[in-house]
Write a protein that binds this ligand. Structure first.
Ligand code: FAD
Length: 544
């Protein structure tokens, strides 16, 4: 029997609505930084019909910081994912369809060292979600499955939310902040009246997930666009014996019709076992705001980007959660002012739009945008993946003249970009430079005066800043190479945020605590140097 407000749940610092890829990642990132959080998910577990499969290099780098490692990676020797247009899987392909047409971008010569410690992974969504769930729980997050957010209020003193469990019992919970990771139809976004721009529904598609032994027909191909007079569909595998056929129509087929279509798409009779079916609305919409008051939107709630070979859907959302995680941790721990949180939308919304444009500038999707974006210069996918630029009020010197993405090695330590990867030796062990970042603020320099200034800064601004004396820690050779990657001399310094993004750098030869303090006041918004506009809960600890 339904009961209105049968009780009050213990308050949490952050309430995450939606326990799919983005909500679970948000919980994991927050919990990894010691922030208490609760995930509310309507379903008891993962959907039996997985969607996403491609986990990008950058996502794996982010997962590393939360201790989620060892996902099965795509061997670097693997040829790139090939998609073909064909009559059937076993037929001779009509043509190869590149994601980025040959010659459309002229990338710089491949660097002699890899750009990431990772190669990317192919893990079906229903296999990745349990790993995220487990890691979030290990780190201390609370999961409330089979529970639905019914409504919420953003009050002066925090969030009050009404949650209904599977028995129909409603309880309330208080939180300092709420993150809406509740997908395309986000109740959180709708309740806030946040509108969206973009292309709306591109297509309604039906899909059938099935099991069959088809690996032997692959022939080095990963995806098939099936084209027959009365069957237009897309065929792809999840790498575990499961395959999906996505119909480019909205016809409700019975089991016999589904099986017939599968056999025709394969091109020969093969035993198949139908697992489940789906119906998807492909949309491309971006919210006008990613933040309102104490509420944030992340993932599909903030931006729906249709499936593409860059894996922009789930991976963009996971990057939202990563960006927000350290900022909420900094504010809730009392280190940073609430003004730091404004940078979330400043940084993530332009990235969502840039990815949107890259999708609709490519032949796969150009027709849905009436070819309006065909003239948009195409970016090398590696630039979008590892070379994005944040231009926000908490990044120094990231001029609006600069492009939003470039191949990572072209940035040379530009503030606003990801601190680059390089394999270096530390204490006789090979590590990635990315392992130097991720836990907190880091000052990288080979100058003793800068390193000393970094150790003194905590007393002044209340934010710990770990110095890394490059040449002392990594040796002369590796230290010099990392200086070059960061675009600093042996006397300069580079300031790296907890999310591995370069916030500021200096070529001044004498590092002083005053210079560093000036920089940190902009990039870390320390609460100790509170501005008169700061909210009353600036110094709030990690409690509500
Ligand atoms: C066919 C297909 C293939 C795709 N392939 C890829 C790919 O390979 N790579 C990639 O990066 N992306 C891919 N995507 C996109 C990707 O699936 C989505 O971008 C991703 O799932 C978005 O994650 P999310 O957590 O933001 O939202 P969702 O996955 O939509 O999850 C939202 C969650 O919120 C819950 N929820 C909603 N409302 C409430 C409420 N009121 N209370 C409690 N819970 C609520 C829902 O139950 C759901 O679990 C694909 C999409 C499709 C359709």
């Amino acid at each position: 029997m339904s009961q209105e407000n049968a009780g009050v749940l213990p308050a949490v610092p952050v309430l995450v609505i939606g326990g799919s890829l983005v909500g679970l990642s948000a919980a994991m990132f927050l919990a990894a930084r010691g922030v208490g959080c609760m995930v509310v998910e309507r379903h008891p577990g993962s959907s039996p019909h997985p969607r996403a499969r491609g986990v990008t290099q950058r996502t794996l780098e982010m997962f590393d910081t939360a201790g989620l490692r060892n996902l099965p990676e795509i061997p670097s020797s693997f040829p790139k994912l090939r998609r073909v247009r064909t009559e059937a899987m076993v037929a001779t392909p009509i043509e190869e369809i590149d994601w980025t047409p040959a010659g459309a971008v002229r990338p710089p010569p491949a660097p002699s060292t890899p750009r990431s410690p990772h190669t990317g992974a192919a893990v079906a969504q229903d296999q990745l979600e349990p790993l995220l769930r487990q890691r979030a729980l290990e780190l201390g997050a609370t999961l409330c499955l089979g529970t639905e957010l019914v409504r919420f209020e953003d009050r002066e003193d925090g969030i009050l939310a009404w949650l209904k469990d599977s028995q129909g019992i409603t309880r309330t919970v208080r939180a300092s902040y709420l993150i809406g990771c509740d997908g395309n139809l986000s109740l959180v976004r709708e309740a806030l009246g946040i509108t969206r721009q973009g292309i709306g529904v591109l297509q309604v598609m039906r899909s059938v997930l099935f099991r069959a032994e088809l690996e032997r027909f692959r022939g080095g191909i990963g995806q098939w666009e099936i084209q027959q007079p009365d069957l237009e569909a897309f065929l792809a595998g999840y790498g575990d014996g499961r395959w999906v056929l996505m119909f480019r129509d909205d016809i409700d087929r019975d089991e016999a019709a589904l099986e017939g279509a599968i056999q025709r798409a394969i091109g020969m009779p093969v035993p198949v076992e139908i697992i489940t079916t789906g119906r998807w609305e492909l949309t491309a919409l971006i919210a006008d705001h990613f933040k309102k008051g104490r509420v944030f939107l992340a993932g599909d709630a903030a931006h729906t980007l249709p499936p593409n070979r860059g894996g922009y859907g789930a991976n963009t959302g996971i990057a939202d959660a990563f960006n927000l995680g350290w900022k909420l941790a900094a504010v809730l721990s009392g280190q940073s002012k609430v003004s730091l949180l404004e940078s979330y939308e400043e940084e993530r919304k332009p990235i969502a739009w840039m990815r949107f444009q890259q999708i609709f500038a490519r032949p796969d999707y150009a027709r849905y945008a009436d070819d309006a974006l065909r003239e948009t210069p195409l970016l090398d996918p590696i630039a979008v993946e590892l070379g994005e630029l944040y231009r926000s009020s908490i990044i120094e010197d990231s001029s609006s003249e600069l492009p939003l993405a470039r191949c990572p090695e072209e940035w040379r330590g530009q503030p606003g970009t990801r601190a680059p990867h390089r394999v270096v030796m530390r204490d006789g062990t090979a590590i990635s430079t990315l392992d130097l970042y991720g836990a907190g603020w880091v000052l990288v320099s080979s100058s003793e005066s800068w390193c000393q200034a970094a150790t003194q800064i905590r007393e002044r601004i209340g934010i710990p800043l770990s110095p890394i004396n490059l040449r002392a820690v990594l040796g002369q050779d590796d230290g010099t190479l990392v200086e070059q990657d960061l675009g600093i001399s042996d006397q300069g310094a580079s300031l790296v945020r907890p999310d591995g993004v370069i916030a500021w750098r200096s070529s001044e030869t004498d590092g002083t605590v005053e210079t560093l303090e000036r920089a940190m006041k902009v990039v870390a918004q320390p609460a100790l140097s509170k501005s008169p506009h700061a909210h009353s809960h600036d110094r709030r600890r990690n409690t509500v």
